[in-house]
Design a protein around this ligand. Structure first.
Ligand code: IVH
Length: 681
């Protein structure tokens, strides 16, 4: 079929892929985008349309990053070179000893060249590239064998699918790095989870690891993950002499690398760079608990070799954890937009790492119980990543017997309405419909960045507008007049005009953003986009039944229930009509349309085993595009097992379970039959 595509279309697709990949690189790696999100989306959907129309999809197309059917389990992957861990240094003396050890082994009294980088606190990943294309991604596991997470890693936009290099791409290279989550995104994720009554992640590292180790890659895709590459595994056909040279190559090949990579001579200079990193780390967007020092020369690294699990040529210097001891004076509850009550501790103010800490979230009552936290307890407080303080542990020896527990309140601390905690739910919720805390939070959420993005409408402004009676709900935002704002304390001509302009601008939005803005229980950014993909316009959701929502593969019972409840409430529907009357216009670029006719592999499940003529992810993608589904293990529900060279036990399992087996050619033949003899690949 590719032969029949006019060159003009092929060129257009190739140009779009290249341009979109350039924009992605600028946005996610360099952090300096050239085009707006809208412009990017426009190009993306145009590409998607062309790809679908002409069945011509390049392996590094950005459309290939999203969506894959959930796996049943992770496949195991053996690392060609083991993924080692690092020895730790806690003091300058430890670093000096490390340097001495190296000189002794090398029998040298010359200063050694080292590289110094921040230590990223995330999940170590190995990326295997074959002939320049991302072929496999795996976790560290026990260092020798990890889990295959290719489809999940592909969803991380800063991970190159194709190596950008003019050199010879016929070889294979393993690149190692850390997948991590920025502190802000971690906090937002936890906030969303708290509101949904889901358990929160203890730190950004757990959040990153939990997001990568997902059988459903669409969940990974919905999390904001980053990568920092810092190491090399097995390599064929590439020649690097030093870590510094390799890092330069990584940068040139468009891999995201650590914010600091310094090459220095002698341990004194190493200590100096570490000091600078420690001082600057407050400004980093990610959590770092140390710096990594590596011998620069790969030759010397080889000579130094490794101990059981750690190399002799590298060490992690750990920064002192920022901890403090204080007393919990009180525990109170704060009410979020969905009514979830989050307990927080009020401390006797304590200085930790130069910052005074006087409160911290306790997340939920399960957490209070797990850590056995009482009012009056003396606790160790830690400021992880220099930003979020949390209670690490209670010092039980300091108990006097006067400590009090803090049960789930019976009434909302803000409006006094009843508080309920449903069976099996972690969260306690205020059910007061007009609870001012909820209303203000709802308006604030409606205007927030991922929602209608009304610039200048922060928490303080919402509070002011609400307390002055100018807005009672988010519909009122579109009734605001400049004159009314000018009567308020914090507004002058310019700021009032800016807010009115920002509200005006927000009237043009997408269905995904709008649905998210509504703040329906369990409907975060991911679920909103899912709804937008499946419903063409807002009106199509009016009076929707849970059964219709459950047709969407990823939609669960809870989502179906709350969405249906929301869109069957006449008051809500009136408010939505009112918003549209006030000029809110909703487009839906995410809509994927209803199925037009059947696809050849609709409803069929394939399992792949053995070595095939194309990379496995390309074959899986082809099956998916044709409506099929791929699974990782053979069961009675499997329709076909695609058997390549050197097949694993799955071929035998297929036989035992009477599941049909197919060779690659037979698969192509099947497709050709459906497609009227057109070949797809
Ligand atoms: S180099 C031989 N560089 O820290 C191991 N590791 O605690 C070479 N890590 O397993 C690793 N940032 O997952 C290296 N800039 C960095 C790093 C880094 C984070 C992780 C890595 C390693 C762990 C050891």
């Amino acid at each position: 079929m590719t032969d029949k595509i006019p060159d003009t279309i092929k060129n257009e697709i190739e140009k779009l892929v290249q341009e979109l990949n350039d924009h992605c690189y600028r946005y996610y790696v360099l952090d300096s985008p050239l085009v707006s999100d809208e412009e990017y989306d426009r190009m993306y959907f145009h590409l998607k349309h062309l790809e679908e129309k002409h069945h011509y999809v390049l392996p590094d197309s950005p459309t290939q990053r999203v969506g894959a059917p959930p796996l049943e389990k992770f496949e195991k992957v053996k690392h060609t070179e083991p993924m080692l861990s690092l020895d730790n240094a806690f003091t300058q003396e430890n670093l000096v000893e490390f340097d001495k050890r190296i000189k002794k082994i090398l029998k040298s009294d010359q200063d050694i060249e080292y590289t110094v980088e921040p230590k990223y606190d995330g999940l170590a990943i190995e990326l295997t590239y074959r002939r320049g294309l991302l072929y496999k991604a795996s976790t560290r596991g026990d260092g020798y064998q990890g889990e295959e997470v290719t489809r999940n890693i592909r969803t991380i936009k800063s991970v190159p699918i194709k190596i950008s290099d003019d050199g010879n791409m016929s070889d294979e290279i393993d690149i190692r790095g850390e997948v991590y989550m920025d502190i802000r995104d971690f906090e937002q994720l936890n906030k969303d989870r708290e509101e949904k009554g889901e358990p929160v992640f203890a730190n950004p590292r757990n959040a990153a690891a939990g997001s990568v180790r997902q059988l459903d890659s669409s969940i990974t895709a919905s999390r904001k993950l980053h990568l920092a590459c810092y190491g090399i595994g097995s390599v064929k056909g590439f020649e690097f002499k030093t870590q510094g040279e390799f890092m330069q190559w990584l940068k040139k090949a468009r891999f995201p690398v650590p914010t600091v990579i310094e090459t220095v001579t002698g341990i004194k200079q190493v200590i100096q760079v570490i000091r600078e990193i420690e001082e600057n780390r407050k400004g980093y967007s990610f959590e770092t608990d140390g710096s990594v020092v590596k011998v620069n020369s790969f030759d010397l690294q080889k000579q130094l070799g490794m101990k059981t699990r750690e190399p002799r040529w590298a060490i992690a210097y750990k920064f002192t954890a920022h901890q403090g001891i204080t007393k919990i004076l009180d525990i109170q509850g704060s009410v979020g937009r969905t009514g979830v009550i989050t307990p927080f501790a009020v401390f006797a103010p304590v200085k930790i790492g130069g910052v005074t800490v006087s409160r911290s979230t306790l997340h939920n009552w399960d957490e209070i119980e797990r850590k056995d936290i009482h009012i009056g307890d003396t606790v160790i407080v830690e400021r992880a990543g220099d930003v979020i303080p949390h209670v690490l542990a209670v010092i039980k020896d300091k108990r006097t017997g006067k400590e009090k527990c803090f049960p789930v309140p019976e009434h909302c601390p803000v409006c006094g309405a009843k508080v309920v905690r449903e069976v099996g739910e972690v969260a306690a919720r205020c059910i007061g419909l007009n609870c001012p805390a909820q209303v203000q939070e709802k308006i604030f959420h409606f205007a927030s960045r991922g929602a209608l993005d009304i610039e200048g409408l922060g928490e303080k402004t919402v509070e002011l507008l609400f307390s002055q009676g100018l807005v009672h709900n988010f519909v009122d935002l579109f009734r605001l007049r400049k004159e009314a704002l000018l009567n308020l304390p914090r507004f002058a001509e310019k700021s009032a005009q800016n807010l009115i302009d920002a509200i005006e601008k927000s009237k043009h939005t997408t269905l995904a953003r709008f649905l998210y803005a509504l703040g329906i229980l369990h409907i975060g950014e991911y679920a909103s986009r899912l709804l937008a993909k499946n419903f063409g316009k807002l009106g199509d959701l009016y009076h929707v039944k849970p059964e219709e929502l459950l047709q969407i593969r990823q939609a669960g019972e809870k989502t179906a229930h709350t969405v249906s409840e929301f869109f069957n409430d006449e008051k809500n529907l009136n408010a939505l009509d009112e918003l549209q009357k006030l000029g809110v216009q909703i487009t839906n670029p995410d809509f994927q349309g209803k199925e037009e006719g059947r696809k050849p592999f609709d409803g069929l499940t394939f399992v792949i085993t053995g070595i095939l003529p194309k990379p496995r992810n390309e074959i899986e993608e082809m099956i998916r595009r044709l409506g099929g589904h791929t699974a990782s293990s053979v069961s009675k529900k499997t329709d076909y097992v695609l058997v390549g060279e050197d097949p694993g036990s799955k071929a035998g399992q297929a036989k035992n379970l009477h599941v049909k087996t197919l060779a690659y050619d037979e698969l192509l033949e099947m497709i050709a039959q459906y497609r009227g003899k057109d070949r797809l690949f």
